[in-house]
Design a protein. Structure first.
Length: 304
């Protein structure tokens, strides 16, 4: 059937439009305000974040369109932001094929991205199965480090780690989609690990169990939260989830931390885990790790 789409009932990462029996278009858009001061790095992060939604559906990007205000930043700064985005698109092997300039009261930047996927290989966030293992592709804590940067509490090593994570393209998504044992796929972004895991659990009508001790973290993140440095969005995320229980303020704050350009979250059969990790490792995602499992129960997340 032409025109099949995931819809928005389970908050999938992107829209999918089936063209024929062999091809479907993946379409997404994402814009936000700067989380770092360097305009080139900001452009790279925003572009990586936008393309992530294509990979999270199992697709390969084919082109991007850019949008940016021209009335709130000097032209030389705008040029650096655009160059950062173009650099990431070049790394992804796609052109920035056009775009539109706007007026705005805030400096924002982002992309509309198009990708392609075989209709039978679209990976949604709602098809997890009981017994699946959960694999996370990137370490957590990008926005925690961004909050530290704004408070002049982030050193050069922390900044480098943040940029490296936030600008790493989630290219393994396209290869992961080829595995029959991969049942559900999404990327961890604005709703934090807890929120996006909850989407997987509710979509499948299962309970996700996260092993807190197995979670990968960017350097300095846990120390920073103990010093009271975190984003305001953590509290808003927690309120939005509905009734959940997480033991300890530190764990709750870290698990609700938004992840700008975060990692892929994979729900896969146990026998597929070695292949899933091998795909991540082949693209230098050395922090990819099993963080939990899906079990029978109501759509919820348990953290232990």
């Amino acid at each position: 059937m032409r025109g099949a789409s995931p819809g928005n009932d389970t908050a999938d990462a992107a829209a999918v439009y089936r063209l024929n029996d062999e091809q479907a278009i993946v379409a997404t858009t994402d814009f936000f305000m700067p989380i770092v001061d360097d305009p080139f790095d900001f452009g790279r992060i925003a572009a990586t974040n936008a393309l992530s939604d294509v990979y999270a559906m199992g697709g390969k990007p084919i082109l991007a369109l850019v949008g940016m205000p021209i009335n709130v930043l000097p032209y030389e700064v705008i040029a650096q932001v655009l160059k950062g985005g173009e650099a990431v698109c070049a790394e992804a092997g796609i052109p920035v094929a056009g775009g539109h300039s706007i007026d705005s009261v805030e400096p924002i930047y982002g992309l509309a991205a198009l990708g392609i996927v075989h209709p039978s290989r679209v990976k949604r966030n709602a098809a997890a199965r009981a017994g699946d293992l959960l694999v996370l592709g990137k370490p957590l804590g990008v926005d925690m480090l961004s909050a530290a940067l704004k408070k002049d509490r982030l050193d050069e090593a922390g900044y480098a780690a943040m940029i490296a994570a936030a600008t790493r393209l989630n290219r393994p998504g396209a290869a992961l989609a080829q595995l029959d044992g991969v049942h559900a796929l999404t990327d961890v972004t604005g709703f934090g690990l807890l929120g996006h895991t909850l989407e997987i659990a509710r979509g499948a009508g299962l309970t996700a169990r996260i092993r807190y001790a197995d979670l990968p973290w960017l350097p300095q993140v846990r120390e920073l939260v103990r010093e009271g440095i975190y984003t305001g969005a953590s509290g808003r995320n927690w309120t939005a989830y509905g009734p959940l229980h997480v033991e300890g303020d530190e764990a709750r704050t870290l698990l609700t931390d938004p992840q700008t350009s975060g990692g892929l979250l994979v729900s896969c059969a146990p026998e597929a885990v070695s292949d899933v990790l091998a795909i991540f490792r082949a693209d230098d995602f050395d922090d990819a790790v099993v963080i939990g499992e899906m079990v029978d129960g109501a759509g919820r997340v348990d953290v232990n």
